[in-house]
Each structure stands twice: as C-alpha cells, then as structure tokens.
Design a protein around this ligand. Structure first.
Ligand SMILES: NC(=O)C1=CN([C@@H]2O[C@H](COP(=O)(O)OP(=O)(O)OC[C@H]3O[C@@H](n4cnc5c(N)ncnc54)[C@H](OP(=O)(O)O)[C@@H]3O)[C@@H](O)[C@H]2O)C=CC1
Ligand SMILES: CC(=O)[C@H](N)C(=O)O
Length: 254
C-alpha cells in the first residue's frame, strides 16, 4: 500500500479485478476503488455497460479497463485474468460481485433459475478464485473479497437456492482463509442486506416476490454503502484480516 507521505493514493500500486462491474454493487466498488488509485479491470458480459464506468473512471483521472467475460465459462475466466495481467499487471485484489438472484418458491420448480444461480454465484466465483490463486500464492500477497449476502447467514424463504449459493460462498471463504493464511493472503466476505440495484429485475415468480420481497418496506442501502465496506477491508494493513462485514438497512436486520 502507498505510503501516506508519498503523495500517492492508497491503492496506487494495486491491480484490482472486479467481476459484476457492469452494474450495481460491482460498478460502485470499481469506481470507488479507482478513486483511491487502484488500476481496475471491470468484468462483466455486457461490454457497453462496462465501458460507461471505464469512461467515468478515466474522466476522474483513474485507470480502468473493460474485460468482457462470462464467469461461468472457464476459458473466458482464464483469458480475463491473462488479459488483465498483460494490460495492468498481476492481480492484487479480486472482488467477486457477479451474481444473480431469483425470488421463487421451491414448489414452483424453476429449474433453470436454480441452475443459473448455482452456476454464477457458486461455480463462477470459484473459477475466478482459482484463476488468480496460484499467482497470489507465488507472490505471497493478495486479497479476495467475495460479495456474499445476509442470505449467506440466514436462509430466506423465497430465496432457498439463492441462500444456498451464499452459504456456499461463506463456507468456501472460511475454509480458503485458513488454507492461504500462511501465504499472507486475505479473504473477506461482505454480507449486504437489500441494496438498490437491478438484482431483483430478473425474478419471474411474481407470487414469491410479492410474498417475500421486503425491499420496499424501508430505506434500503445504496450500492456505494457496500463499496465503502470493501474500501475499509482492502485498506487495512497486511496483518489485519477483515474477515466479514455485514451491512444491512438499519430497519431490516436478519
Ligand atoms: N442488491 C442486493 O440487494 C444484494 C446483492 N448482493 C450480491 O451482490 C452481487 C452484485 O449484485 P447487484 O449489484 O445487486 O446486482 P446487479 O444485477 O446490479 O449486478 C449483477 C452483476 O453481475 C454480472 N453478472 C451476472 N452474470 C454474470 C456472468 N455469467 N458473468 C459475468 N458477470 C455476470 C452482471 O453483469 P453482466 O450482465 O454484464 O454480465 C452485473 O454486473 C451479487 O453477487 C448479489 O448476490 C448481496 C446482497 C444484497
Ligand atoms: C436476502 C436478500 O434479499 C439480500 N438482500 C440479497 O439480495 O442478497
């Protein structure tokens, strides 16, 4: 991390890859960390959306590149890391924010939506971790930040499969943290409650959404509230592991 007396910004020497950066929480994290000097690779499938945030970062004199990739495709994930490392340098911080959520009753049997949540939230995140892990271990430094959910701490009705995917993220992160501590790596889980983003827009089981979605009953979080939690975690000195941060609307604790 840059010395506070050097005039450099605190993340000036860091290459940061953010998945899910074309929207919502990932975009807020990418733009916030760019302001702190991080060189950001913004990952998502929609390059046109990524480019909007790259443009914003550049207008604010930051460094950002768009890397179009589908995290469920292993070859695309490897290529996204290769491209980032050639363009910006080795990845110091990986933020896994790519994810989907569908409100649905289990009894509605939305098999395709179940599979998409497992493929993106679990398998995609795991592949992204795998793609940077060897390099981080060999350099003996790195930080993996997983955007989990408060649904990774409590099963929410209407979100059974989604909650399961976030319990997976929590379990993987906890075990990985132990495996990599000897190499100086850190693993952080951020557990947001409801945040104002496009996440809810994909739900098709409107009966389940009506029954269980409480996001309109109180003031919910802004994406940048979550980005601030990530900022806190990545700015700590290397001996400090911020393992979990749960950040929820004040009126809606789990
Ligand atoms: N909003 C909320 O209330 C909460 C959200 N979260 C978590 O935060 C994370 C981000 O969600 P949020 O910002 O709210 O939702 P958005 O829908 O706004 O963003 C989702 C992001 O994931 C990306 N994405 C989806 N599928 C893929 C894929 N196959 N490959 C690459 N990128 C993909 C999308 O990009 P593209 O379509 O371009 O590929 C998009 O950038 C998720 O993991 C979610 O579970 C956790 C707690 C609360
Ligand atoms: C349980 C939830 O709805 C949580 N806010 C999330 O979107 O992950």
């Amino acid at each position: 991390m840059a010395d506070s007396n050097s005039g450099l910004k605190p993340l000036s020497d860091k290459v940061i890859m953010v998945t899910g950066a074309s929207s919502g929480i990932g975009a807020a994290i990418a733009t916030r960390l760019a302001k702190l000097g991080g060189k950001i690779a913004l990952v998502g499938r929609r390059e046109s959306e990524l480019m909007k945030y790259v443009k914003q970062i550049k207008e604010e004199n930051g460094i950002g590149i768009a890397v179009a990739a589908d995290v469920t495709k292993r070859d695309e994930v490897f290529e996204m890391v290769r491209h980032t490392e050639l363009s910006l340098g080795p990845v110091d911080i990986l933020v896994n924010s790519a994810g989907v959520m569908y409100y649905t009753y289990m009894k509605s049997l939305h098999y395709d939506e179940w599979e998409q949540q497992i493929d993106i939230n679990c398998k995609g995140l795991t592949t992204c971790v795998g793609a940077v892990l060897e390099g981080m271990i060999s350099r003996k430094q790195g930080h993996i930040v997983n955007i989990s959910s408060d649904a990774g701490k409590r099963g929410f009705p209407g979100l059974a499969v989604y909650s399961g995917t976030k319990f997976y993220v929590e379990g993987l992160s906890q075990a990985l943290r132990h495996e990599v501590k000897e190499y100086g790596l850190r693993v952080t889980c951020i557990q947001p409650g409801d945040v104002k983003t496009n996440l809810l827009q994909h739900t098709t089981d409107l009966e389940a959404k009506k029954e269980f979605d409480g996001s309109e009953t109180c003031k919910i979080l802004e994406a940048d509230d979550v980005a601030k939690a990530v900022e806190y975690a990545v700015l700590q000195p290397s001996y400090v592991g911020v393992n979990e941060i749960m950040v929820e609307p004040q009126r809606s604790p789990i």
